[in-house]
Design a protein around this ligand. Structure first.
Ligand SMILES: [Zn+2]
Length: 436
């Protein structure tokens, strides 16, 4: 071959060869990265799907309710997050109903899947069940369909050592198979997302309860603010991003932007602490000590830690008040028949199974049966709660830290705001250390 022809061949052949190698690398790279994930989804049994008819994130917990009619001879039904490599078993309660298996992750709104403990990765929510094939027990996976009124969910874990995980929970389809995909990735918090919200009760013209000691008048609104600012400081020192409804002696309307019934959900905070002090003006007996007001249908682990740690740090006591008390220190106040007749009380569609206090009921969205849709705005002046139908909300607590018109109690409260704050912060620390 003469030199000129050889050069001409090389000029065509070498770029062709490089191009071919490049295409091969792309092809095998694509197969290597995607095949594993896709092949797992291909193993899903598409003969039946489970219906998911409820999903809600409340605080740090995610709950599902659903049902499935499994094919005959299937046993050991489980709910799992799986990807073909790793598998996380999600405890469920199953009820048999007319050949249908109805399942729930928890009937308590602050239990279920603890989102703080999910490892990074991509997972699919699936039903796993076993059957006999050729005298061998084999596992099959079934996918889930969305029968809720909601679409995708999004969650940011609490800040831990300066880091957060973003959890995207998305409805998708893979080759006509519906899927619910969890994508968990390390990230930092966007500007508008916070860990915790603190709500110092009252403020401005609304001074709240009033107490007197040595001729000095004390306003609940100021005492609430002092504990709240101390708590904000401690939580920030512990690395949390903290939102607060006020830092001065002012107050904004509860359903306005940044208001008490709104801020925690605006900031996607995992917990909301409404801090108050009490008075017994309308009660015959002299009261003293701590009351923790909570939502209905919850596990009391965190509420009990709040009581234990606040008492530990301050030396206060559990309030002896019996009205609305569920167990010592923990209170659940529901609407009474009389409350329901009163139009002055803000929510719409009130029932006696709803919590009376807006800073619990309205902050929890569908989990706490939030009900203010604004229909009585002309009567009571309250606009709708923008998170009235939210299924991703904060977990709210209302703390009555002590009685300001009990002199002994007021002495313990004044100047001890840091101790009360430390008690709350330590309770949170202990709660998050254990996977409840
Ligand atoms: Zn108050």
């Amino acid at each position: 071959m003469n030199r000129r022809i050889k050069e001409k061949y090389l000029k065509i052949f070498i770029p062709l060869l490089i191009g071919l190698i490049f295409i091969l690398i792309l092809w095998f790279g694509y197969k290597f990265i995607f095949q594993k994930k896709l092949s797992f989804l291909e193993t899903i049994d598409k003969s039946v799907y489970a219906d998911i008819n409820y999903d809600a994130i409340y605080g740090i917990h995610l709950n599902f309710k659903g049902s499935i009619v499994l094919p005959e001879n299937y046993n050991n039904m489980q709910l799992v997050l799986a990807n073909g490599k790793d598998e996380i078993n999600i405890p469920i309660e199953i009820k048999e109903n007319d050949g249908k298996k109805e399942f729930v992750t928890s009937n308590l709104i602050n239990k279920g899947i603890n989102l703080e403990f999910l490892p990074a990765g991509t997972y699919y929510l699936l039903i796993k069940a076993s059957t006999m094939e050729n005298n061998k027990e084999i596992d099959k996976y079934f996918s889930v369909t969305n029968q809720t009124d909601y679409n995708n969910l999004e969650y940011y874990t609490l800040t831990k050592e300066g880091k957060n995980n973003k959890i995207a929970i998305e409805w998708n389809t893979y080759e006509e198979c519906p899927t619910l995909r969890f994508t968990i990735k390390e990230t930092s918090l966007p500007n508008d997302v916070y860990d915790i919200t603190i709500d110092p009760g009252h403020g401005g013209v609304d001074v709240g309860a009033i107490g007197y000691l040595n001729g000095v008048e004390y306003h609940e609104s100021n005492l609430n603010l002092k504990v709240s600012l101390a708590l904000k400081k401690i939580l920030e020192e512990r690395g949390y991003k903290v939102a607060i409804t006020r830092t001065e002696d002012t107050n904004i309307e509860i359903y306005d932007k940044g208001g008490s019934a709104v801020l925690a959900n605006e900031t996607k905070s995992k917990f909301n602490f409404a801090l108050h002090h009490n008075s017994f003006e309308y009660q015959a007996e002299e009261l003293n000590g701590l009351e923790v007001y909570v939502a209905s249908d919850i596990e009391f682990d965190f509420a009990n830690l709040l009581i234990e740690n606040i008492i530990n740090e301050t030396g206060t006591q559990i309030s002896p008040k019996e009205i609305y008390q569920t167990v010592p220190g923990i209170y659940q106040r529901y609407f009474s028949e009389d409350d329901i007749l009163e139009d002055e009380v803000q929510p719409s569609n009130k029932t006696t199974s709803m919590i009376y206090y807006y800073n619990i009921r309205e902050l929890g969205g569908i989990s706490t049966k939030s009900t203010n849709d604004g229909r009585y705005k002309d009567i009571n002046g309250y606009p709708a709660n923008p998170y009235n139908k939210a299924n991703v909300t904060t977990e709210p607590y209302l703390l009555e830290l002590g009685y300001v018109n009990n002199e002994e109690n007021l002495k313990l409260i004044i100047g001890n705001e840091e101790k009360y704050a430390l008690g709350i912060a330590n309770a949170l620390k202990k709660y998050l250390e254990t996977e409840y």
